[in-house]
Write a protein that binds this ligand. Structure first.
Ligand code: ZN
Length: 450
């Protein structure tokens, strides 16, 4: 099945034709690790996790290489360290772990390669040296700058006129710059700032060169897919494209450039009170939303469109999952990925259409298709009984735990055997008041959280 993806570079859906189908390569710009991610940051992680699952299904699990970098040197990290007194490496290690935990809660699998900026400095220095040698960059006052007019293709990706790009980049006017749009590849560090020795003095890399160098180092000169949020189109990806083409004799950095839209968190008035300022994934989970609910909600709109983030959306997503898990309880079907579902995802990752297909399988009772297809979206990963027993961590601590519930069920079973219906009803009502619903079936009594 041909996968077609909307390519920002060509402004159309292009057929994906991997340079090497045995090694399909994808790179997504990862987090700058200085503070905890909010739910909006999770959208690209989830979207490209789905694309990776589709690629693995179509090309084979061992034939896809997915890299997502960690930006662990950045002025915001330096500022966070200065403000809190916490060492830089402690901030970056803690924040990276938060990111992995939070994305893991949404069913996002870690990438195959996670290059870190601080361990790829030699590759960046080498690429900067090449750019200077080829006349595309110049050193001035401890800085190295990319010479924008030296690359005729500049602006091809974001398709903006040069004056607009210069204004959009909010460039610093600096006496050492030849042209106002020139951007920093290397900048000097003070003794108090982290820095590395280089031919241009002790300093640190600019953000854009990081990805160009790490892509070349971890995946190769030209990759199949490059992704990120739409805010990265300019200047970040425009600059990556220019640097890589100039360092590699014009070879393109990526065949297909993909950009996801934003979450619309709405204004305070528009937001329902219960969602309020809850923005991090642990906060949303503590408020009662399972990671799969958040994941389904994030996939409910097409990735290129904005997504209205509301309580209603989360409630609808939970209802859909409750229904699907309810159908699968005790069913254990053989899981298959349905063709209709595959073609929806292969059409520029049309997740709303793919979810429509899941609802179709659910209403037709095609449980094998439902299970297999949903798993490719990273949904229905739990055993149904696990799903219905899930409670947020904080709530689980104050309410009945599993041992006490099972003990109460055993008491009730004994009361029923003794035909003590009053006692049996009392136990049922007491559990119901604590949010535990009992369901009597041929195999005995099971329970779920309301
Ligand atoms: Zn990047």
């Amino acid at each position: 099945m041909t996968i077609r993806l909307y390519n920002t570079l060509t402004r159309q859906k292009d057929a994906l034709t991997p340079l090497n189908p045995e090694r399909v390569t994808m790179y997504v710009c990862g987090p700058t690790v200085y503070s905890r991610a909010h739910i909006g940051n999770a959208r690209p992680a989830v979207v490209f996790d789905v694309l990776r699952r589709l690629l693995r299904h179509e090309y084979g699990a061992d034939h896809v290489v997915y890299a997502r970098n960690i930006t662990d040197i950045d002025d915001r990290i330096i500022a966070e360290s200065a403000a809190t007194g916490m060492p830089i490496d402690a901030i970056t290690a803690r924040t990276e772990q938060w990111y992995l935990d939070d994305m893991g809660a949404l069913g996002v699998e870690p990438p195959d390669i996670a290059p870190h900026a601080t361990t790829s400095i030699p590759a960046m220095i080498a690429m900067i040296g090449t750019l200077i040698g080829r006349g595309h960059a110049y050193a001035a006052e401890g800085h190295v700058l990319f010479d924008v007019p030296s690359f005729a293709g500049y602006g091809r990706l974001s398709r903006r006129p040069m004056d607009e790009m210069i204004a959009g980049a909010r460039v610093e006017v600096a006496p050492y710059k030849r042209n106002p749009g020139d951007f920093v590849l290397w900048k000097p560090s003070t003794a108090a700032q982290p820095g590395w020795d280089s031919p241009w003095g002790r300093g640190r890399p600019g953000w854009h060169i990081e990805c160009s160098a790490m892509i070349a180092e971890s995946l190769g000169t030209t990759i199949d897919i490059h992704g990120g949020g739409q805010d990265l189109q300019f200047p970040h990806h425009e600059n990556e494209l220019a640097q890589s083409a100039c360092a590699h004799d014009g070879a393109p950095l990526a065949q297909i450039w993909m950009h996801n839209g934003f979450l619309n968190m709405g204004t305070a008035e528009k937001m329902s009170k219960s969602l309020g300022n809850i923005q991090t994934i642990p906060e949303l989970q503590a408020a009662g939303w399972h990671g799969e609910v958040l994941r389904l909600a994030l996939l409910s709109a097409h990735y290129r469109k904005p997504l209205e983030w509301t309580t209603t959306l989360l409630e609808q997503s939970k209802q859909a999952l409750d229904k699907w898990y309810g159908l699968l309880r005790g069913a254990h079907p053989d899981a298959w990925v349905a063709d209709g579902f595959r073609s929806a995802l292969s059409d520029d990752l049309n997740t709303p259409e793919a979810i429509f297909e899941l609802n179709k399988y659910s209403s037709r009772g095609q449980l094998g298709y439902l299970q297999g297809s949903a798993r490719m979206l990273g949904l229905l990963r739990l055993e149904p009984q696990e799903w219905f027993k899930w409670a947020p961590q904080s709530a689980a601590n104050d309410c009945l735990d599993e041992t006490r519930i099972n003990a109460a069920i055993a008491d009730r079973t004994a009361a029923r055997a003794a035909k003590n219906w009053a006692e049996s009803d009392r136990i049922r009502d007491e559990l119901a008041a604590a949010g535990i619903i009992l369901e009597d079936g041929p195999g005995g009594t099971t329970w779920r959280r309301a």
